[in-house]
Ligand binder design. Sequence first.
Ligand code: NAD
Length: 436
Amino acid sequence: MNVTIIGTGYVGLVSGACFADFGHTVTCVDKDAAKVERLNAGEVPIYEPELDRLLEANRAVGRISFTTDPADAVGKADVVFLAVGTPSRRGGGHADLTYVYEATREVAALVKGYTVICTKSTVPVGTGDEVEAIVRQVAPDADVDVASNPEFLREGAAIGDFKRPDRVIVGAETERAIGVMRELYRPLFLNETPIIFTSRRTAELTKYAANAFLATKITFINEMADLCERVGANVQDVARGMGLDKRIGAKFLNAGPGYGGSCFPKDTLALAATANDYNSPVTIVDSVVEANARRKERMAQIVIEAAGGSVKDKTVAILGLTFKPLTDDMREAPSLTVVPMLQKAGAIVKGYDPEGMDEAAKQLDMHYASGTYEAIKGADVTVILTEWNEFRALDLLRVKAMMRGDVLVDLRNIYSADAAARAGLAYRSIGRTDAP
Ligand code: NAD
């Protein structure tokens, strides 16, 4: 099949690479000429494990190409995916659909023959109706069905998630569109991936419901961590005890500095805004949004407390700046709250991240170290903010020897209090008051 993807970001590029690997012929379109130029030169503009290899292999056999000009690719496409960004609109939290509607207008003017236009971007309920209305207006005679196929991949594990998803959700209103989407995903039938066909509105809402539920799970365990600290319990044991119950499940129960990233923050806000519009409040989601914002600020407070009540003129090393490991994505990362708060409190902040330094430098004005121990060198306080693998097995004796001070704040609960104490470090973790 011929697949055209509008928007070559994390989702568009990974989807394109994987559809090409399924055997389809894919054209990725982006209006960012610099991005397309880099892709055509064999570079990968984002960090995502395995993506470079997959792109190279499929480009070599002519199954994937990149362009700024959608005309040719849209004209011959069986399916055109819209994978453009849907950030938060300023004030109110609604999703900004400018890019989606703009891309729709461009695509509608170019389609030839029967084409499914499908939103892969995360879009609020009813966006498909609006996309369809735009298509009818721009090209009244076009033979188009509009479908929704929300994407559930996680950055850092995106290729595996796309090729072996827990499920695929397709919202389509006609048998013809269902047939096209079934054929597109046929390679996944081999590994028995459940493909669920629903109405378009249901598919759109399912994505938001899933993300809001995951954000709730994270926020729930974070609040349990706070409570553990008050009552003298251990949140990791609580989480394990909860997670072994199959109705609950063990994933997303790691206490930490609050969720960030390009999806949960904006998607929880957008769901709450939709619910508000329809006068059907989602009070749990409202609380989650508020608790998570408070939590990121609380993390800076914890660092200040661990430093003895003040970080003024102290050097704080921050290990990990991206919102999670294995990505260079800085969107809504806890570091964006924690670092400025520490600086405001008078700290000299030195950061290090294995992949996110270029992105971080665009948003955080601080000292950047060239490696883990380089960051730690001379620090009064070391903070583990993102649990990259290379921070998981630090030589704590070396950490202590290189620091000027002795405070280790472990916001991901990677180390044990015992091990830190043996190295002579004053250790602070999250929700583990009774942990050895
Ligand atoms: P992104 O910002 O990385 O990429 C979007 C791309 O679209 C950019 O390269 C931009 O230049 C391009 N673009 C915008 N308008 C265009 C147009 N008219 N024509 C051509 N290109 C255009 O965004 P992303 O992280 O890939 O997210 C895309 C969507 O997928 C969002 O709705 C997001 O919520 C959703 N999503 C993201 C993830 C994730 O982990 N990043 C996971 C699931 C769903």
